[in-house]
Write a protein that binds this ligand. Structure first.
Ligand code: AMP
Ligand code: MG
Length: 329
């Protein structure tokens, strides 16, 4: 259903009744429920098939709402909220008891974000409670960046999808936790390390670009699960420039190979739209992986982005989609 003043009224009613609904945000589509209700939150986990220890983000519409749900709020959090909200920055803080452990995945902390979509913000206001909303995909699949992706994963499982068009960012939010001198990025996203670096010291968690070893503890529980993976095997190709990438692909492809690449790439295999800047790669990555499956791809080749700016977020999702199968040329 198209998102507008009327449909958000219907969605608010559903959510107040403890139901769940898919909502657009600028990052990816979310599967929303009352973040203060263990019963609603359980429905989200069930519809997604999400492991219970993978925490949800509370979506709020006003900075002051943090004080209702967080035990302590660092000054830096307020400064970053002023600068980056509404937007794709998620901040983790100690939780108050009012936030159920079902929402926080059993942790004593909870994550907050103010999404950048005017109707979704209005919806949160209408509800009067924060919306817990993980990405609206089946657990493990690429996140949905348009309403059709949500429909493909969730049909028959949820009562309402609010259609707000294609997500502008296309990757999930940047998740940060607070350190003594600044912040640590647990999951990179549209708010980049460089942007945060203007305000404080920025550390990047090892799990952002590397796989976790069996005995490593996941600071961001989502990072330990198989993620963003289409049925096809994805190969991330790390090399210096696009001509080396094209040469490799042109030597190795077969009829069931697809390549995420823009058409200036000189590639002989079948391609799917990807763009040529890190920002457009971020916007196209999940749609491209889903499209590859629709086309019956067995192999998907994608060139690794530079690990800077939003490219770090693309790298983080891609290496997981590839189950860490990286070809270095
Ligand atoms: P999703 O909403 O599907 O993008 O998933 C949210 C992700 O945010 C989770 O997979 C976690 O990795 C991270 N996250 C949410 N809450 C916390 C928390 N309290 N501590 C650490 N990471 C969190
Ligand atoms: Mg997700």
């Amino acid at each position: 259903m198209q998102i507008n003043d009327e449909s958000i009224g219907q969605a608010a009613q559903l959510l107040k009744n403890g139901e769940i609904a898919a909502i657009p945000t600028e990052t990816v589509y979310g599967l929303a429920g009352n973040g203060l209700s263990a019963d609603s939150v359980k429905k989200i986990f069930e519809a997604k098939g999400r492991p219970g220890d993978n925490p949800l983000i509370l979506h709020i519409s006003d900075i002051d709402q943090i004080f209702k749900y967080a035990q302590t709020v660092p000054d830096l959090a307020l400064k970053l909220a002023e600068k980056f909200w509404p937007g794709s920055l998620t901040m983790i803080m100690p939780k108050k008891p009012i936030v159920p452990y079902e929402t926080s995945g059993g942790l004593d902390t909870v994550a907050f974000r103010m999404p950048d979509n005017k109707y979704t913000l209005k919806l949160i206001k209408l509800c009067g409670f924060p919306l817990a909303a993980p990405s609206a995909n089946l657990s493990g699949l690429p996140s949905p960046t348009c309403a059709e992706h949500v429909y493909n994963d969730m049909k028959g499982k949820i009562p309402l999808i609010l259609d707000g068009g294609v997500c502008s960012c296309g990757l999930e939010s940047t998740v940060i936790t607070f350190t003594e001198k600044g912040v640590k990025i647990l999951r990179p996203g549209g708010v980049t390390p460089e942007m945060l670096g203007e305000f404080c010291e920025v550390e990047i968690d090892k799990a952002v670009t590397e796989g976790l070893e069996d005995n490593d503890k996941a600071l961001s529980p989502g990072m330990k699960y198989k993620h963003y993976s289409p049925k096809a095997q994805v190969y991330m190709i790390e090399c210096e420039d696009r001509s080396i990438f094209a040469e490799y692909v042109n030597k190795s492809f077969d009829e069931n190979t697809y390549v995420l690449a823009d058409d200036t790439d000189n590639i002989k295999a079948k391609t799917l739209p990807y763009g040529s800047t890190a920002t457009s790669e971020a916007a196209e990555l999940f749609a491209g992986l889903r499209k590859a499956d629709e086309m019956g791809a067995e192999k998907v080749y994608v060139m690794a982005p530079k690990k800077e700016g939003i490219g770090l977020a693309v790298y983080n999702r891609l290496i997981r989609a590839a189950a860490f199968k990286v070809i270095k040329l």
